[in-house]
Design a protein around this ligand. Sequence first.
Ligand code: SF4
Length: 458
Amino acid sequence: MRLYLINPSNPLVTITKVKESRWNRYRVWKPLSLMVIAGLTPPEWEITIIDENFRAPDYEAMPRPDLVGITVFTAQANRAYEIAAHFRNLGVPVVMGGIHATMCLDEAMKHADSVVTGEAEHIWSQVLKDAQHGSLKRWYDGGLAEINAVPLARHDLLAAGYAFGAIQTTRGCPLNCSFCSVTAFNGARYRQRPIPDVVLEFQSIHEKRVLVVDDNLIGTRPEHIARAKDLFCAMAQANLRKEWVAQSTINFADDEELLTLAAKAGCRGVFIGFESPTPEGLLDLGKKFSLLKNRDFRASVRRIQRHNILVVGSFIIGFDIDKPGVGKRIAEVASQYGVDNLNVLFLTPLPGTRLWEQMTSAGHIVLDTFPEDWKYYTLTFPVARYKHLSLGGIIEEMISCDRNFYAMPRILHRVWNSLWQSRKPLITLVGNLSYRRNIRLNYKAYADFKYYWENRHN
Ligand code: SF4
C-alpha cells in the first residue's frame, strides 16, 4: 500500500520569499507533523513525504498512491484543496488533518474524503485500517493524545538540504492568548514528552541546526521548568552536537540555572513574543499579561544573551490600542529591549481563536471570501479592519517599523554590541541583513495585496 503525506505550499514561504532571497531558506521548516504521522504508520505502508515548500513535485509522473494524507495550516488551505481535487479525480481517497482542518471541519469535509480533527496518535491506525478496507469514515476525532503515545518522528523520510531539522518536545499551552489557536488545538494542559524519547529523536536528526517547534518550550509552572532543566541536562549529557532555536515565553530569562543548562544543551536562539509595546496592548492578550507586567524587559533580554543565546523579539500590529506611530514605537521599544532581531506580524483572526470570534461578531473581518482568502492569512497581511488604522495606514506602520529597526546605523549598533558582549556578531549581522532585504520584497507583496483588497468584489 502506497501512502503520500503532503505538506502543501505555504504562500508565505514559497511565493513572496524564498525564490527571491537565498537567506530565506532558513524560513523553510520541515513538516514535522507528517514525519510524526509516518512514525505512527505500520510497515506495510510505503510512505513518501512530499513537501511542496522544499521542491515542487510532479504528481503526474509519480506512481499512483492508495491513500493521500494532507496537513493543513490556514494559509495552505487553498493549495491543500487543489491537491486533494487532483487525487480525488484519480479516484485516490484523501484524508486531511491539521489545525485548519480541525477548526474549519465543514469546509475541509467538502474537499476531502475524510477529515481527522485534533491530534492523530490515537486514531491514525484506525484511519489506515478503514482506508485498506475501503470504508473510510467522513470524520475521525483524535482529541488530545497521551504524550507518551507520540512516536519518534521519521526524520529519515525527508531529503537532505533543509537548513534546520525539527523536533517537538512539548504540546499545549495554558496561556490561551486571544490571537493564538494553540490552546484550542493542543489544549491548555502542558504535556511534556518523555525525556529519553526526545534525546533519541534528537540523535536521529541529520541536520546540525534544529528548530524546536514547541509553542512554549519551558511552560509556566515550577514543575514544567524543573522538567525542562532535566531535559536540557539529558541533552547535554548525550553530547548531541546540535545547535537549536526555540520559542519561549519571557520567563525563560528568570532562572539562571535554566539558562545555563539550555546553553549547554545547544540552545542558540529564542523567539519571544513581546506582542505589544504598550501596557494597554498587553492587556488585550489574555493570561500572558501576567508574565509580562512590571517586567524589566531589557534586563530579561540581556540575561538570556549573556548565555550566548540570541533573542528574536516578536510584536503584533493591529490591537485596538494601536494608533498611527505604533510602527516606529515598536522599533524603538525593541531597540531599547536590545533584541537581536525583530519580527512583526499583523493581528490576524485565525479560525479557532478568541480573536476570530470577536472580529467575526463585530464584522471586522474584511477578507472573508473563503477558501480563496485564506492565502492571505499568513500573519503578514492585514486581513481585517483595525480600530485606528486604515488598510494603507497599517501597512505604512509595518514598513515604518521595519525601516526603523533595520536602518543600517541600528544594525551596526547591534553588531557592535554583540561584539562588545563577546557574543556572535556575524550571526547578528547576517540575521539583520536578511530581514532588511525582505523589506524591499514586502513592498511588492503589499502592493499586490492592496490591489487584491480593492478589487476583491469585482
Ligand atoms: S503563550 Fe504563545 S503558544 Fe501560548 S497561547 Fe500565547 S501565543 Fe500561543
